[in-house]
Design a binder for this molecule. Structure first.
Ligand SMILES: [Mn+2]
Length: 400
């Protein structure tokens, strides 16, 4: 099998062991030093410690193949005070990672939240659960729990009315769960958060509109691209999740034209895309097969996941479907990635192998009630990876 099959592991605190990962059939680990706050440089000692943990825990079978994420601080995204120090810390981390042999670094450029859902365990017809984003429920949070100024103006009228009715029906326990669910999408290093803290984080973007955020992203990449090239690193930006504006904050990595703008502005082989079909797929006009083909030479990492949207609108509600079950043509995406690998190999490129991982999984069988990281159960991901491996084997057999 060609495409490198990887698995996200959250470090020693992860309930899923490295031996479990071996049994799932992955050969590479995707992880990060989640205990470092954004803006603080990662140290060689801590990077080496994580590499040793992975080697020891897997009897040498697994190694750290992709960094996800090296977080970009809010200071860098808004170009706030201390920008220079934060850029310097980022470059220091890049140098330490390259020194340790790591080459692929995933990041995102979303304001405030890393990802957003309204239900971490929505029941599926088969008895398992999946993560879901419901536009009306999220609007109820925005308008009535967060009570954000201007929330109403950012929402279509039919969503406002439905959100009012939804909120009126919610119990106090449901309101608390909803707040915690939204809070789960804050970056990993944020243990404690509050509605006031969220309001403050949003206020930092008062003067940052979409054009400004896009320019700040280009500025950031311009600052780090020369170093990434020199170190042989491949930086890859994960798309916005979901790929539309939330909480009145701009999002500028939601569709193909967004990637085109940034990747053309910083035209370096060291700067590219994390193809996340689950994130991009929540926007109906994103054709993930076409995106995979159009951006193929700059795809450095792939997250394979599928969604089913309630409506073909932007924004929309959606849930995380089975890997081969949603609205994205997953076989077409995998075929595009395998074609790109063959093309790179024919050019003799050292980065011919594109690491991929099953991005999220539904909770099934013993996952149910096991309390694992939202979206990252053992069995659901094992099933997703096995299905994707089957797709790869089938495609490979057809070309023989
Ligand atoms: Mn993803």
């Amino acid at each position: 099998m060609r495409v490198q099959q990887t698995w996200r592991w959250f470090g020693p605190k992860d309930a899923i062991t490295l031996q479990d990962v071996r049994q799932a059939g992955a050969t590479g680990i995707v992880t990060a030093l989640h205990h470092f706050p954004a803006g603080v440089a990662w140290t060689p000692a801590e990077i080496a410690a994580r590499q040793e943990e992975i080697a020891r825990g897997s009897d040498g079978a697994l190694s750290w193949s992709v960094v996800e994420s090296l977080p970009v601080s809010e200071t860098i995204k808004t170009q706030g005070a201390d920008l220079k120090a934060h850029l310097e810390a980022y470059r220091t981390s890049m140098e330490a990672l390259a020194e340790a042999g790591l080459q692929v670094i995933c990041y995102n450029f979303m304001p405030v939240l890393d990802w957003t859902r309204t239900d971490l365990h929505a029941p599926m017809r088969h008895g398992g659960t999946a993560m879901r984003f419901d536009l009306v429920t999220f609007a109820a949070f925005d308008m009535y729990i967060l009570q954000r100024d201007g929330a109403r103006d950012d929402l279509p009228p039919y969503v406002q009315a439905a959100a009012e009715a939804r909120f009126a029906e919610m119990t106090e326990a449901e309101k608390l769960t909803l707040s915690q669910t939204v809070g789960a999408g804050l970056p990993g290093s944020v243990d404690q958060w509050s509605l006031d803290g969220l309001r403050q984080a949003i206020a930092a973007y008062d003067d940052v509109d979409a054009d400004r955020l896009r320019q700040n992203h280009i500025d950031f990449l311009s600052e780090i691209a020369p170093l990434a090239e020199r170190l042989g690193l491949r930086m890859c930006c994960h798309p916005d999740d979901p790929p539309f504006d939330l909480l009145g904050l701009p999002r500028t990595m939601s569709k193909a034209s967004d990637y085109a703008a940034v990747l053309e502005a910083v035209d370096s082989p060291a700067v590219g895309m994390t193809l996340c079909t689950g994130s991009l797929g929540a926007r109906y006009e994103n054709d993930c097969v076409q995106i995979a083909r159009d951006f193929a030479p700059r795809i450095h990492f792939a997250h394979l996941r599928n969604v089913t949207r309630d409506t073909d609108t932007v924004p929309c509600s959606f849930f995380e479907d089975e890997h081969l079950g949603g609205q994205t043509d997953m076989v077409g995406v995998v075929a595009a990635l395998m074609d790109e690998e063959a093309r790179r190999r024919s050019e003799g490129r050292s980065d011919a192998e594109i690491p991929m991982r099953p991005d999220h999984g539904q909770e099934i069988l013993s996952d149910l009630g096991a309390g694992m990281q939202p979206g990252y159960p053992a069995i659901g991901r094992l099933k997703g990876l096995a299905e994707l491996r089957g797709v790869m084997a089938g495609l490979e057999a057809r070309t023989r």
